[in-house]
Design a protein around this ligand. Sequence first.
Ligand code: GLU
Length: 283
Amino acid sequence: MTAPVVTRFAPSPTGHLHKGHAYAALCAWKFAQGNNGRFLLRIEDIDHTRCKPENSDQILEDLAWLGIEWEEPVRIQSQHLDEYRAAASKLEQQGFLYPCFCTRKDIQREIERAGQAPHGSEGPIYPGTCRNLSADEREARIAAGEAYALRLDLAKALDHIGHEITWHDGIHGEQRCQPELLGDAIIVRKDIGTSYHLAVVHDDGLQGITDIVRGEDLFESTHLHVVLQKLLGLPTPTYHHHQLLTDDDGNRLAKRNQSITLKSLRESGISVESLKSEILGVQ
Ligand code: GLU
């Protein structure tokens, strides 16, 4: 017997939901329904510099309008920061993280000096400046109160978990794990004490998510998530990265275009049926 499907929708309340989110939420919801599975909702609000509680309330209202039903309680990430801290400590104690004192400017300068800048989905790949600092220098800089992030020592991580890793995408097929596309990614940010990558991996593991249905914009991040799952001893779910909804000109829908928020569409009198047939017909 195969394990029952558990999937989720995990929006960040940085603004109001738009049609692209509705499409993503409906993809996950339809997947759960089609597989007789459970559907969870998680509010990914760890970034207090960008997320607002009133946006979370609006998200619940919008999803209910779409006819989506989720299990209670909704997991609110900002209420679990201690868990992400514990997961980071576990990685740190095993030597998979190192402190990075670099500012964006430092990184830019180092890249210019080296004369090359391989890019990943999150910007230039970190050139490794702080990876080889001596223990003494690290301690002195921390003691002096310098702010630091914690980065993944990818080479060390892969030596531990193995270099030949694969993961499965239900839409795109078997994937060779390529975490080098993100390099020594930041696992604990300087400002919020965790990162999207760590929180999402921890929560998916904790909540027993078997299938992650999300947009192709996160495809590259999945390589890193699989590495973190292995380091933390968590199972790797099956991923389903769906295409992103675009406007008539082929541009990805963005939150800054206020006119297309679900709230404004609803207020303008559009019926949920016509919205659904519009966005689901576009596949
Ligand atoms: N919170 C993320 C976002 O809104 C999505 C995370 C995920 O689905 O893994 O972009």
